[in-house]
Design a protein around this ligand. Structure first.
Ligand code: MG
Length: 165
């Protein structure tokens, strides 16, 4: 179960303490899209998400949008913004995480992964040596596949909380 354990838990992405994480030596962040910084499947990069990403950059983070969704979906989210992105990331397979860290000129040890799913975002972070930070889903309604994953997540959380986070 330890592989599913996030290093940190947030209520919402904007709670991320960028300054503290920079001081800890992190320089790159891989950002999940659906239900992490945007409404699943339809949400575009709204003002709050854009401000968050720009603030990350101001703090000196390399930011990569990191999604299992299609290129079309990721581009829909990004719109006119000039963000680096990886689509069809195949999370939780660790290969894409390492490749994304390298693309940012970094290494997994200095790379944060922010996402709302233990069995994709966080599991892959742990498998690849990145620092996985869990954030609560923005919206209850998920795709059917994600809804299926959620049921497992509930079970995993029960174990993790039992072992004390
Ligand atoms: Mg997600």
């Amino acid at each position: 179960m330890a592989l599913f354990r996030p290093k940190m838990k947030l209520d919402i992405f904007t709670d991320l303490d960028m300054k503290a994480l920079r001081e800890q030596g992190f320089d790159t962040i891989l950002l999940d899209v659906d239900n992490t910084i945007a409404v699943p499947n339809t949400g575009s990069c709204d003002e709050r998400a854009a401000e968050f990403i720009n603030k990350l950059k101001e703090h000196g983070f390399k930011v990569i949008i990191f999604s299992n969704n299609s290129e079309r979906r990721v581009k829909m989210f990004i719109g006119d913004y000039d963000f680096d992105y990886v689509y069809l990331a195949m999370k939780p397979l660790p290969f894409a995480y390492r490749k994304a860290a390298r693309k940012a000129g970094s290494v997994p040890e200095r790379t944060i992964v922010l996402g709302d799913q233990l069995i994709t975002d966080i599991l892959g972070a742990n498998l690849s040596g990145c620092y996985g930070i869990y954030t609560k889903q923005l919206q209850e309604k998920d795709s059917r596949m994600t809804a299926f994953n959620r049921r497992f997540e509930k079970l995993i959380w029960r174990y993790l909380l039992h072992e004390k986070m």
